[in-house]
Design a protein around this ligand. Structure first.
Ligand SMILES: [Cu+2]
Length: 162
């Protein structure tokens, strides 16, 4: 009965294939889990295309940025709360307009706020801080304006280029 023999051999082939499929499937599963795990690990930091940090008492980020919209992946690595502000201004970073309390006058018409982390960020805290508009080429200053921090050195001149 050639027909039945053929069926039996098909059945054997299927049994062999099942083993192979199981191995291939298992390998794929491990690969998918590995990729998923690495993505999960990589996405633990704040989202953003420009890394920015504060410490006691410095603001650090790239000194030159491309024009356009950005999101700062901001981390406060200091031991006290800090914030991240970015102003467009023609004034050098060490000569910003002051209020009588000694902090930067954020309401000054000489400063144009283009990014703001909002509330003070706790030590170890992170925030994704998007620019409020597409950054035009020009001069900017990044600041932490929590009381006294500007005078402690928390200012950084940044240039936006085409
Ligand atoms: Cu600060």
């Amino acid at each position: 009965m050639p027909r039945l023999e053929h069926m039996e051999s098909l059945s054997e082939t299927w049994t062999d294939m099942k083993g192979t499929l199981l191995i291939v499937g298992g390998t794929l599963l491990v690969a998918v889990l590995a990729v998923g795990w690495s993505l999960a690990v990589r996405s633990t930091g704040p989202a953003g295309d420009v890394v920015a940090k504060t410490t006691n008492f410095r603001v650090s980020m790239p000194r030159i940025l491309r024009a356009g919209r950005h999101t700062f992946a901001y981390t406060n690595e200091g031991s006290v709360p800090h914030e991240l502000l970015l102003f467009r201004t023609d004034l050098p970073g060490d000569s910003l307009p002051m209020k009588t309390d000694g902090n930067v006058n954020e309401e000054s018409p000489l400063l144009h706020n283009v990014a703001d982390s909002g509330n003070a960020t706790v030590p170890g805290g992170t925030a994704a801080v998007p620019t409020k508009e597409a950054l035009a080429p020009g001069h900017y200053v990044a600041v932490c304006n929590l009381p006294g921090h500007y005078h402690l050195g928390m200012r950084l001149d940044v240039t936006v280029v085409r």
